[in-house]
Design a protein around this ligand. Structure first.
Ligand code: PAZ
Length: 346
């Protein structure tokens, strides 16, 4: 099996997105303003990356993620007083507007024409029927709008977007290097569904793949394991939370532990595709203990804390991200104070 490229080799060969410099400046400015204001900052990554198959891209591989986890969590982090850098897939769900997604809750359904009242058309100066919000939508809209306005007034939300896995990798590196200045006061909440495989530019055909050439065979390279440089080079003190998605429940915890062992970051949130809206497991390492076999190598021990929403809470519309974020805020406080993570065995 071929080993994945090192991240250094990857960044030497693959070109950055055109906006990388202006995005870097936006992040540097945002981080400096939040530091001055004494706020903690979280990077939330959200949505799925694409993998282009041609240089003049017509076709690409994609994945299912709509960005619900990321957009929802970003709102709860803002509510908890964090400033949020929201790095998301273009056109995936975003904080606040997610409540009025065109497919689940189209905004036109919220409007009503009040025939007995008139407005003045500001262009023509003539009377026009007044448009209002339907009464049953008002309480929720008011609270979403209040939170949205507050974060705009305080300047606590910065959104950046990616489309391809290459955009994502470049942006993650750029943002995390800028966030290193925050030391332990930064959380990295990596909920994006990032492709494990990609086609290097050198192996990509220039033009649209032609069907006349028979079956399509692709050999993809492995995407570099980006958590490794994130933890050991780009942001050594940040509180790093990665997500692990599996569809085979038997793999979930072993894979989460494997990631912690390999990269040495703080928490993996493990979720099963079909249960992710109501159940996740926080997986972490216990502080290293001497090996029980008497060898000098310390043995790594893991601890898991399950977070499950009761059915009645799910039916009442509670979102599991409320509890995920609340738990992380507490863990992050301990990380800032002591540099340790203390999750409970459940
Ligand atoms: O976007 P969404 O809410 O539908 O899904 C969220 C998720 C399952 C992509 C996220 O919780 C996650 O596990 N992200 C990491 C996926 C991975 O293992 O690469």
């Amino acid at each position: 099996m071929t080993q994945p490229l090192s991240s250094d080799t990857y960044f030497e060969h693959e070109r950055p997105p055109a906006t990388i410099q202006s995005d870097r400046e936006k992040v540097a400015d945002f981080v400096s303003r939040q530091r001055q204001a004494g706020r903690k900052v979280v990077l939330v990554t959200s949505g799925g990356t694409t993998v282009p198959l041609e240089r003049n891209m017509v076709r690409f591989l994609d994945n299912f993620s709509a960005g619900t986890r990321g957009a929802t969590s970003a709102e709860y982090f803002l509510e908890a007083g964090y400033a949020v850098i929201f790095l998301h897939r273009q056109f995936s769900l975003q904080p606040f507007s997610r409540h009025y997604s065109h497919s689940t809750n189209p905004f036109l359904e919220l409007l009503t024409v009040e025939t007995d009242q008139l407005d003045i058309d500001s262009n023509a100066g003539t009377p026009v029927p007044k448009i209002a919000i339907v009464p049953e939508a008002r309480p929720k809209l008011l609270s979403v709008l209040a939170a949205y306005r507050e974060c705009h007034a305080k300047g606590t939300l910065l959104t950046l977007n990616f489309v391809t896995v290459n955009d994502y990798l470049w942006l993650l590196r750029t943002v995390s290097v800028e966030m290193a200045a925050l030391g332990r006061r930064a959380i990295f909440y990596l909920a994006a569904a990032v492709s494990d495989f990609f086609l290097p530019t050198q192996k990509m055909v220039e033009h649209k793949i032609q069907s006349g050439e028979g079956n399509l065979q692709l050999e993809m390279d492995q995407v570099p394991k980006i958590l490794k440089p994130l933890v050991s080079q780009w942001t050594r003190e940040g509180f790093i939370v990665s997500f692990k998605l599996e569809t085979d429940p038997a793999l979930l915890i072993p894979k989460a532990r494997g990631a912690l062992e390999r990269y040495g970051h703080q928490v993996v949130i493990a979720n099963d595709l079909h249960r992710r809206k109501f159940e996740v497991a926080f997986v972490s390492r216990l502080p290293t203990a001497p090996s029980s076999t008497g060898s000098s190598a310390p043995s790594v021990q893991f601890v898991e804390e399950w977070l499950t929403l009761p059915t009645e809470d799910v039916d009442a519309g509670k979102e599991i991200e409320v509890d995920i974020v609340a738990r992380l805020v507490t863990l992050h406080e301990a990380w800032i104070e002591k540099g340790t993570v203390a999750i409970n065995q459940t």
